[in-house]
Design a protein around this ligand. Sequence first.
Ligand SMILES: C[C@@](CO)(OP(=O)(O)O)[C@H](O)COP(=O)(O)OP(=O)(O)OC[C@H]1O[C@@H](n2ccc(N)nc2=O)[C@H](O)[C@@H]1O
Ligand SMILES: Nc1ncnc2c1ncn2[C@@H]1O[C@H](COP(=O)(O)OP(=O)(O)O)[C@@H](O)[C@H]1O
Length: 327
Amino acid sequence: MKNHLENARLFLYNYVYTSYKVILILREFSILRGNGEGMDSIRLKARAKINLGLDVTGIREDGYHEVKMVMQTVGLYDRIIIEKTKEPGIVITSNLSYIPLNENNLMYKAADMLMREFDIDEGVHMDLRKFIPVAAGMAGGSSDAAAVFYGMNRMFGLGLDIEQLKERAVKVGADVPYCLIRGTMLATGIGEKLDRLPPMPQCAIVVAKPPVNVSTRMVYEKLDMSSDIRHPDIDAVIRGLENGNLVQIAESMGNVLEDVTIPMHPVIDTIKRDMKRFGAINAMMSGSGPTVFGIFDDKQQAQICLNHMREQGSARQAYITDVYNVR
Ligand SMILES: C[C@@](CO)(OP(=O)(O)O)[C@H](O)COP(=O)(O)OP(=O)(O)OC[C@H]1O[C@@H](n2ccc(N)nc2=O)[C@H](O)[C@@H]1O
Ligand SMILES: Nc1ncnc2c1ncn2[C@@H]1O[C@H](COP(=O)(O)OP(=O)(O)O)[C@@H](O)[C@H]1O
């Protein structure tokens, strides 16, 4: 009798445990991959990026700059839910009050482009839970737009392949094609020509955004190509990736746009120095700034650095994250 009871207890335990695991896996799958065609809603994670290297090699006639960048997706993400609505039109809601919820939102631009092209007569409600720092050099808006391209393509069964999505994405922003592909990439052209690189080794990354705002357009415009700008050695970063050597990668990092943004906001340099003082192998500004990221091979040290960032006031908006690589 006692054995029967014990067996029944074990059976019940295994049944509940297995069901719980299956639900967890399904939930993660629907969040990561979206629910897909025919569904009325889709949940997505839009991840931030950092630039391990950023060089500007020329200017095009339309004013856009030719770049050579090493891009890396990180764990930090915004959450987006897209729902079909019977009412036509695009409605965006968000947890943040200071980002545009109208046609100036990059999610709106992406959805509007697809709805016009494919004569979609239903509407969409897009809810954005924003965790990526805004106007920070981490491609938050671009990644949100990329998630909308990906999500609407699946929800409405538009049948666009990745190349067709990228062609549309670049019209919303130079970084949006990258945000569709993600991972470790060499980006050239205006940022839309993408070649996959060996994945960055896993590590702890502290990102800290000082309370200053930077306009990407203004930073590019202020870059004086005629002067002796210090070009970073992007190939050295790539060699570090090929060797899977975190120290070599971190020590080779360089961003030509620092020479524009740091003189305007010296606090960026203070944060870089603080991060190195607190154990970062190296620290650098991401994109056009002002966010600084530090690379750590020791998570505990990264945590200590994070606490310092948050307490000492020059960058209270600070997070610890990691490398996100596409499987
Ligand atoms: C600097 C970088 C580095 O990854 O990132 P962020 O700092 O924005 O994150 C990117 O090049 C930013 O890409 P993104 O933010 O998508 O640029 P867009 O919206 O297309 O352009 C914003 C403005 O930046 C300038 N711009 C952008 C990209 C480029 N290759 N050359 C440029 O001159 C243009 O003047 C444009 O008006
Ligand atoms: N989905 C969005 N999330 C955040 N900002 C957005 C979004 N759509 C448009 N914006 C506007 O774009 C500007 C740049 O935002 P963001 O993409 O976060 O910058 P960056 O490319 O420097 O990381 C913001 O000032 C904001 O007004």
